[in-house]
Ligand binder design. Structure first.
Ligand SMILES: NC(=O)c1ccc[n+]([C@@H]2O[C@H](COP(=O)([O-])OP(=O)(O)OC[C@H]3O[C@@H](n4cnc5c(N)ncnc54)[C@H](OP(=O)(O)O)[C@@H]3O)[C@@H](O)[C@H]2O)c1
Length: 248
């Protein structure tokens, strides 16, 4: 009984810390002067679940896509509007090269190193931003997660009391640093915080904004719909400088 109480208190304290330390306020960001149309985009995490959807849908929408991948052999999509470059977000040189000549960067960076301190998301994103600022690339659309900052607790009880405190505490802590780095950057950023991801089809039917997700149950959204929402942020300024939730 005492052990259970301690675990619950630990989960509550962690949720409070994720709320307190995470991004809670919007920034006011002046947008690119009208006329700077986005044609060329760099997709980070292109071999991942959301990343593959981003690549396919971006090509469909007519963008010229550069997919940054660690292992090009793993990447099977071929298209005349697509170039694949080998790179690693932790290697600044490779990011600097990939960012050259782009109009925007869309990141679905993630990893599976859950059990231990990690800085992959924050250091990788810092490299992306440094390269963007150096190359004068303005727009950054980055996927993080519900459950931090103003959305703390909104992944539902299962995540709040089990998944985040016992499987993903280091991962979520790094997401806090990642969002902080983005919010302090000079980019035109939008942070996209989805609920639990599925591999379902693109429906185009989802909600976005503040107050997304639920404190009790775990809401879901397909990676295809998240990609749809992220790509739409390239031509829309509604959420510039904001961390926006997205879910069915
Ligand atoms: N799962 C959920 O329910 C959920 C819910 C909310 C938010 N999210 C977040 O949403 C994001 C996307 O999730 P996902 O499941 O769609 O992605 P994913 O399948 O885990 O893919 C992650 C991508 O990041 C790439 N990557 C990892 N380390 C890299 C590095 N050092 N340099 C360059 N690329 C690197 C991976 O490349 P490799 O193929 O080379 O490994 C892969 O392409 C993640 O940040 C995740 O935490 C997930």
């Amino acid at each position: 009984m005492i052990t259970l109480a301690i675990l619950v208190i630990y989960a509550l304290i962690l949720t409070a810390l994720l709320a307190y330390n995470g991004l809670r306020e919007d920034n006011d960001i002046p947008s690119h002067p009208a006329g700077d149309k986005i044609n060329r985009i760099l997709i980070i995490g292109a071999t991942g679940g959301t990343g593959l959807q981003l690549v396919e849908q971006a090509i469909e929408k007519g963008f010229f896509v550069t997919a940054l991948v660690r292992n090009p052999d793993k990447f099977k999509i071929k298209h005349s509007q697509l170039q694949v470059v080998k790179g690693d977000v932790l290697d600044f040189g490779s990011i600097e090269k990939a960012v050259q000549g782009q109009d925007a960067v869309v990141s679905a960076l993630g990893h599976k190193q859950f059990f231990g301190p990690t800085r992959i998301l924050s250091e990788g994103t810092a490299n992306i931003i440094r390269a963007m600022e150096k190359a004068g690339v303005k727009r950054l659309i980055c996927e993080t997660s519900l459950g931090i900052g103003a959305s703390a607790g909104r992944m539902g009880l299962y995540y709040t009391f089990f998944v985040i405190p016992f499987i993903l505490p280091f991962y979520f802590w790094d997401k806090i640093r990642q969002e902080q780095i983005i919010s302090e950057s000079a980019t035109e950023w939008v942070i996209v915080r989805p609920s639990m991801l599925t591999n379902g089809k693109r429906s185009g039917k989802y909600r976005h904004g503040t107050g997304i997700g639920n404190y009790l149950w775990t809401a879901r959204i397909s990676r295809a719909d998240v990609a749809d929402f992220m790509l739409n942020r390239l031509s829309d300024n509604t959420y510039l400088g904001k961390a926006v939730g997205v879910s069915r």
